[in-house]
Write a protein that binds this ligand. Structure first.
Ligand code: HEC
Length: 103
């Protein structure tokens, strides 16, 4: 592969990555906490009531959810997957998501 083709490939990969940014976060430049929070149900169950191995969120207060997300983000609370999600959110976004889901 020539250098030019490599550059073109790198550019198209970068463009694809940019276009793949979650619409929920990018739409209108606004962070849509309700839309983000609705994705949590995929693993944590509808209304945070999990039928599987994933912990239920429906008994947690918004303070507990925010606290858990901050601890996942810092690594203070061990996790398989949540650290990856939590690292994507600012403190204000953590609070906005927790307000959607917590009691
Ligand atoms: C891909 C599945 C998945 C998704 C999506 C997901 N979680 Fe989790 N969540 C987990 C798993 C698994 C754990 C257990 C900790 C770990 O291993 O990461 C967990 C743990 C938690 C806990 C700690 C609960 C407790 O009692 O210890 C909170 C709070 C939480 N998630 C919030 C969220 C929020 C808010 C979202 C949406 C932004 C979300 N999760 C999306 C899988 C998921």
């Amino acid at each position: 592969m020539t250098n030019n083709r490599l550059v073109a490939l790198a550019a198209s990969v970068a463009a694809a990555a940019f276009l793949a940014c979650p619409a929920a976060v990018q739409a209108g430049g606004q962070f849509n906490a309700a839309l983000i929070a609705s994705n949590c149900a995929v693993c944590h169950g509808p209304g945070g009531n999990s039928a599987g191995f994933t912990p239920s969120l429906d008994k947690l207060t918004k303070e507990e959810i925010a606290d858990n997300l901050r601890k996942f983000r810092s690594g203070e609370k061990p996790s398989t997957i949540m650290r990856r999600f939590a690292k994507g959110f600012s403190d204000a976004q953590v609070d906005a998501i927790a307000a959607q889901l917590g009691k």
